[in-house]
Design a protein around this ligand. Sequence first.
Ligand code: F0G
Length: 474
Amino acid sequence: MLQERVQFLIFRDAAYQQCIHPDCGAQFGIEQVVTGCNICGSLLDVKYDWNQAGTPTDWSYYQNKWGRRYAPLNFSGIWRFHELLPFATPEHVVTVGEGQTLLQQADFVSKYVGMDTGNLFLQYEGMNPSGSFKDNGMSAAFTHAHSVGAQRAACASTGNTSASLAMYCAVSQLMKAVIFIGSGKIAYGKLSQALEYGALTVQIAGDFDDAMKRVQEVCRELGIYLVNSINPFRLEGQKTIMFRVLEQLGWEVPDWIVVPGGNLGNSSSFGKAFIELKQLGLIDRVPRLAIINAAGADTLYELYENRGVRWNGGHIDRNVLQSYYDELDTSNKKASTIASAIEINRPVNFDKCLRALDFCDGVVRKATDQQILDAKAKVGIGGIGCEPASAASVAGAKMLREQGIIASSDRVVCILTGHQLKDPTATVAYHTTDQDKFNEVLGVRGVSRANFANRAVAVSNSLDEIIKAIKLYG
Ligand code: F0G
């Protein structure tokens, strides 16, 4: 343990923040709380001098830590890879044992998606302590917040970021959580966490995109530490999702990573993970990345697939973006989907996501609410369910398979981002609501059939009737 502490301290000197714009590239110390480049306004990366950090480039080094998991930093699925995100000092690390997640070979879903048996894997990030992948990023951002002496931390959220922040604040008692939610849909599982864990919850009249804008203003004004994924330290933690996927595949690189896209933090962090692993020689090839929007919140799809916006070495065509956002404003078009977690029209990590798509030869698709809910039902039948947004990854994989872009022999990993119990309303409505009331109950449009509904059977309180029903349906 002592030896690990010393290594940790040396590593920290090798980290800095850097603007991602190729014409700017301004650097900032990691002790600075800037969240965006204060020279040109672009996003920031956390960067490392790997030589100075002395990051081991042999997977067995990381693998061996599991045998020493009595140490909390080895137990955490984030911090046992700390040499690959070497910005933190051990005394500031805040961990609640996040990242104990499962990569499951999901043969029951592979048939639905159209894959050969054994080739579809589900990465269950819902197994994190607050029930979503957010804990990966939050442990990292919270650690940074703690290291710079923050007293309060804030986020705008569709629910999971806020649940995660509230949890870290409550467990550590180091900071007060201030969360901004929109007045639209927030799944009760998520809201219940924020309320119970004692976060100051500000519900603004507007949607997530409005809340995201406001929280940045408020943080600037009041000097509150912002933990949304615009914060580059968040993405450092989320890189570890990919490290664990590789770990569970015996360090073999899959052909595809399929992930839902909302604010585009996950996809951006995955891209950064693969860029760095390649640089370090820890992998020799890169998986393709598929990002799946909800059809009712499809900014990335529209700009990438239809309007041809590309990373282009960091010189992104801003005019196309601007005219798209102007169109949204003029038509007052708001994001709308049953997958409330990804009900986002103005993703803050758009630029980094383009970089990830560029590096990983990526594609973007959009899935309707119908496709998402049907895919979710198929995942659920396997016994470890997910929330609607997560199932976008499976719906997207199915679509890409049907289009012949994914081959049945490819090895595909779909990321299930949130736990099934996060949004019981959507699940119960899917399985119980009459078809004609479906859209009304779910507050959505366009779901014509719950194709895989498992309906409750209503019977009178009579032994005969109950036995009859079991014989008929069982
Ligand atoms: N899946 C779930 C379950 C989420 O909660 C989110 C984002 C995403 C996917 C999208 O991930 O933003 O990295 O593209 N939820 C955020 C929140 C916005 O506030 O909880 P992304």
